[in-house]
Design a protein around this ligand. Structure first.
Ligand code: NAD
Length: 339
């Protein structure tokens, strides 16, 4: 296939911007329209290094704005939608759930509607393992694990997954849902665990860790997430859900210690703080379906991926400093999980 037009929503955020770069580097014949509202998490600097060509076009816009979406879908012949746009931070969803429901559920439904009316060939909805709720010490989430979200963020993502599913079942829209574990890598807003730890430690500030730090997350390098989405776009089956994960389970405390060791900073900067309400104990992804059916494999080893990520933040101080300076109160929440 060649010469497709992809509508990527949330392409100025962490994963979306990595994905746009990943895609255009590998498929210069395709065209990408990046639709992003530029909330606090969206940053035009994240588009650094994108080719300045007719094949890349940024549109500032909100996925809940039906008029703007209608105009965009009418003007452009969109082949594939990849929906990253979302409110994505669990802590913020506890403080202000309404915007999460609005963006994540209503916004996804507005996009699905236009995709249906205009007959797109693929609608890839990017979701999260957090929709499955929490695990005990054993087991992993499979695609048939019941949805049992515990935070307003994960509930809004689960809601959007169900609306997306309904558009496949009811209207035959070729929807595919992906559910990925925690991502790490360059261009992640410094409120999330890994960049928060790195940037605080680099400034010799205390590094807060929720509860006893023993909550477990499964980590995946963002580039491996991008290659999984690529596999889904190219070979995924409409109506299906694909879990994506790296098989890298770590407690938050292990991850914080690993980063501090990489930076040569003492563990005395760790400060345990009151736990997040409804804090899920453990996430672990069974990714055998996408490995078996779509031939996807992650390429990063955790140690190497973290080492390179730390190096990136060390050498891109101006990038993250700007987020902290322009949004000082937003760059400093307690660090818990990554989303
Ligand atoms: P992010 O917060 O870094 O980026 C979100 C982007 O969406 C921002 O650029 C923001 O401006 C944009 N946006 C927000 N509201 C919008 C609206 N109404 N209209 C248009 N654009 C809007 O998030 P991220 O970490 O890159 O996550 C991207 C997607 O991947 C989300 O859907 C998230 O649920 C999912 N996900 C994230 C992770 C993770 O570890 N970060 C893991 C699994 C799934």
């Amino acid at each position: 296939m060649s010469g497709r037009t992809l509508l990527v929503t949330g392409g100025m955020g962490f994963i979306g911007s990595n994905f746009v770069r990943y895609w255009l580097e590998r498929r210069p014949q395709d065209r990408v329209i990046n639709l992003d509202a530029l909330t606090y998490a969206g940053n035009t600097d994240n588009a650094a290094g994108l080719p300045d060509s007719a094949n890349y076009h940024f549109v500032r816009g909100d996925i809940t704005d039906q008029q703007q979406l209608k105009q965009l879908f009418t003007q452009e012949l969109i082949h594939t939608v990849v929906n990253f746009a979302a409110e994505s931070h669990v802590d913020r969803s506890i403080g202000d759930p309404g915007i999460f429901v609005r963006t994540n559920v209503l916004g996804t439904q507005c996009l699905l509607d236009q995709a249906r009316v205009h007959g797109v060939m693929r609608f890839v909805h990017i979701s999260t393992d957090e929709v499955y709720g929490t695990l005990g010490q054993e087991g992993k989430f499979t695609e048939s694990t019941p949805l049992a979200p515990n935070s307003p963020y994960s509930a809004s993502k689960a809601g959007s997954d169900l609306v997306a599913r309904a558009y496949y079942e009811t209207f035959g829209l070729p929807v595919i849902i992906t559910r990925c574990s925690n991502n790490y890598g360059p261009y992640q807003y410094p409120e999330k665990l890994i960049p928060a730890v790195i940037t605080r430690a680099l400034q010799d500030e205390p590094v807060p860790v929720y509860g006893n730090g023993l909550n477990v997350r499964d980590w995946l390098h963002v580039e491996d997430h991008c290659s999984a989405i690529e596999a889904v776009i190219e070979r995924g089956v409409p109506g299906e859900v694909y879990n994506i994960g790296g098989g890298n389970e770590q407690t938050n405390l292990q991850m914080v210690r690993r980063i501090l060791a990489e930076l040569g900073k003492p563990e005395t900067v760790i400060q345990f703080v009151a736990d997040r309400p409804g804090h899920d104990l453990r996430y672990a992804i069974d990714a055998r379906k996408i490995e078996r059916e779509l031939g996807w494999q992650p390429s990063y080893q955790l140690a190497e991926g973290i080492r390179r990520t730390v190096e990136w933040y060390v050498s891109h101080r101006a990038w993250w400093n700007k987020s902290l300076v322009t949004q000082p109160q937003l760059g400093r929440p307690a660090t818990g999980t990554a989303s």
